[in-house]
Design a protein around this ligand. Structure first.
Ligand code: HEC
Length: 208
């Protein structure tokens, strides 16, 4: 074997090695962002979930508001407790609710939304057992975000809940969001069932 051939074989070997290393790295990356079990501690998951929830705008709709110096501010005594049960159901213009409705409308808290789908109310995400997320499992939460069905198997989740985008988070991120929600102080607040638009069959929207 001449010198040039030896150098060629060594180079080929090096190329193969780096290719294999690249593939392994890709597999590792897919593992951490895909379905691999979490490498984060419970405390880290809660912290990450809190971060994702704040940049994911969940508070926009799920936390009631107060009027502060700079306009609408989050009511931090009711973080993520959903549309307040004590608030009267807002009167929305009929144009919002027609099947050909060309506008949507919301209330002061940004927690009740009227549109061609009827009126939807942001859910109580705090871990209260009867009115919030206390009885949900991690699987039903992830299922809901991935499929757009209530608890991953019920009725369609209505607009403007952006499950189409939230559901694109990795498993680990969704698990972290769930861990954070479960770490919140439970707040008892029975959010109303959605109200279907006039003329629509009622059974679909009220089915749980
Ligand atoms: C633009 C408003 C809006 C934003 C932003 C929003 N939600 Fe929602 N969400 C809603 C509304 C409205 C509902 C109720 C929909 C219904 O009753 O069908 C809802 C329902 C839910 C539900 C109940 C699902 C089920 O199984 O019925 C969960 C869980 C949820 N949201 C989590 C989140 C999380 C987590 C975020 C942030 C990453 C978020 N939402 C951001 C408006 C919003």
């Amino acid at each position: 074997m001449n010198r040039a051939m030896k150098i060629g074989i060594v180079l080929l070997g090096l190329t193969l090695c780096s290719f294999l290393a690249f593939c392994t790295q890709q597999a590792d990356q897919a593992g951490t962002s895909g379905t691999a079990s979490s490498t984060l501690t419970q405390e880290q998951m809660v912290a990450r979930g809190k971060y994702l929830t704040s940049i994911g705008s969940c508070n926009d709709c799920h936390t009631p508001k107060v009027m502060g110096q700079h306009g609408l501010e989050l009511d931090t005594t009711r973080t993520l407790s959903g549309h307040p049960e004590s608030d009267p159901i807002p009167e929305f213009p009929a144009t919002c609710l027609s099947p050909t409705g060309w506008m949507a409308s919301t209330n002061f808290h940004l927690s009740a939304w009227a549109g061609p789908w009827g009126i939807s109310f942001a859910a109580n995400l705090t871990p209260d057992q009867t009115t919030g997320s206390g009885a949900w499992t991690e699987g039903s939460f992830i299922g809901a975000m991935r499929t757009g069905k209530h608890l991953g198997m019920g009725r369609e989740i209505l607009p403007p809940m952006p499950w189409q985008f939230i559901g694109q988070m990795t498993d680990e991120d969704l698990k972290s969001v769930f861990a954070y929600l479960q770490s919140l102080p439970p707040i008892m607040n029975q959010v109303p069932q959605p109200i279907p638009p006039p003329g629509a069959p009622t059974s679909d929207a009220s089915a749980h």
